[in-house]
Design a binder for this molecule. Sequence first.
Ligand code: IVH
Length: 688
Amino acid sequence: MVSKDSKSASPAPPDDVRTRHAELARALDAHNYRYYVLDDPSVTDAQFDALLNELKGLEATHPALVTPDSPTQRVAGEIRSGTVKVKHRVRMFSLDNAYGAEDMGEFFRRVKDGLPDSETPRFVIEPKLDGASIEVVYEDGRISVASTRGDGETGEDITANIRTIRNIPLTITHLGRLTLRGEVVIYKKDLETFNAERATQELEPFANPRNAAAGSLRMMDSNEVARRPLRAIFYQLVEGPELHKSHSESIAWLAAIQLPTHRREVMGGDGDVLAAIDAIDAARAGYPYETDGAVVKVDTYRHQDVLGFTSKFPKWAVAYKFKAERIATRIREITVQVGRTGALTPVANLDPVELAGTTVSRASLHNGDQIAELDVRLGDLVFIEKAGEIIPQVVGVDTAARTGDERLFEMPKTCPSCGTATARSKRDEAKPELGDEVVLRCPNRTCPAQVKGQIFYFARRFAMDVDRLGAVLVEQMVDRKLVLDVADLYTLTAPQIIELERMGDKSAQNVVESIARSKARTLDRLLCGLGIPQVGQVAAKQLAEEARTLKEMLEWNEEETRAHVASIRGYGPKMVDSVVLFLFDKGQRSLMEKLRDLGVSAPQPRAEVATTGPLLGVKVCVTGVLSRKREDVHAEIRAAGGEVHDGVKKDTNYLVAGEKTGKSKLDQAKKFGTKVITETELSALLNP
Ligand code: IVH
């Protein structure tokens, strides 16, 4: 990057240089447009790079030529030091969902009832993109600000990151203000390549394009964002020329001024709309991006204005959600995985099939009881679905297709990792919603598969955040007995790590440093990383605040522990029992003592308890994918005097349900009469 000073100090470039610079910039923009928007490149990558390099050369000798909208600036980004809020000039609504023809009928009826009899609505149908929503504002042809959706009223400033997205033009021909809404997505094929690249760096792959897109947009370093294969597609013009009469006209105009827009269809009759939805459903596996539904909008702006909004949604649009795709394939083998708590999970190895855009060759069978219940046999033709569009699951068997050669499968009597005899016990992970489900477990704590699982869990972002511990590395560390438990990580040395495959001097040093850095995480993060059953992030923080240090916590005797833990707000008898059991388990205690002696974890800062605020005495549980980090939402609730619950309990007042909220949480809410609200509704409670 060139600083402002050097710009003003450097002499004005000669005219011929200026002309060439403008020429190159124009050519590069045009090639970008052909490549990323039209998908029809007219030059090779090498030719493109040559032009870009020439431009970079000119700017290096004549810094005055560097402007924020030069094509070179897409990569030479800036580092955000914190988050800056952007208030949306017009509220960003979300859409009401429809799940079938009946819901659509309801939508059509409401639209017709809302319009005078003399008016016939026309509808626009578009694929619903599964990415992250953005707002981009152009002023006089240049990007002035870009933001995330946030709570709909206020988002986060992501202008620098948006500039790195190749299919968003840095300049456009239109003067005046243009406010656009759209979705940032990652093409399915790009995510595959990108994840493969991450795997070579031992980084965790992104589970789906949406997570990858949303996570990328909020990164602090836009140089890193520039490396991600993001694309934007605009689906709404919010402020612009007043001359358009309809949404479809506006979108066509956006496409004409070379902005990336959506494929769309306009039609009148209800039947046509339903047929168009089905057509998208049938075609979406072939779309380059993930599509989870279809959006139906009333086209004419005048009609939209008459119909207006509810408190949450426009009455003139609806999102039709597709049913999870289901496909049949054959089970070749069932392998059994051992998790960090020793639970044995059967996994079906399948004949590879395409499902919702990816090739699936493995699917979860949950547990032995599930296999028995579905009557799944080796060689069976089974149906698989993606739950939440991510992890494929076996949901049924095509018994009619049986040949008689299928074989029954039995869960192993011994652990596939260490050979210890397995035992049935209650599932006691921090998932009370699973109830008293019984699982088969390997009881051996030093089982290599369990230790690996514990290390991965310990290293996760919300726990000790050790980013350099990739799968291949951990496998080797445990298999070679360099680490027998998580505490052993802290005594690893670079020379020991260099011995492992695919580890150079530099990477070994990075591993050691990233482990060492984690030592300074606060006690709550350590408690999260240890995975105390029933104790989630919120409860871990409360427990850490009660104890302050690991040393102090280990000094409590059993009776004191029980008293301390029982005094924590929101801890029920089950949680108290679970914590006491964990802290006085011989194995866990000696592990914690080892960690204490190694100086792992920093004292927990005392909680500031709000004694006033709009949520005083109100108990809230937050779940699903939100526009912001969950901890930030928790902090706001607490600052407003509210109490945060990890799960939905009898006295939980509100469940804030983000996208992809699990059914079990919703069921709990129903059972306890907990009110289910959106993130936007929470904001309204926080800022009455
Ligand atoms: S229109 C007021 N069109 O789905 C209308 N949204 O739950 C605003 N989305 O937040 C949305 N594809 O991020 C619209 N073709 C499309 C869309 C779309 C995806 C997202 C968008 C919005 C969410 C609605």
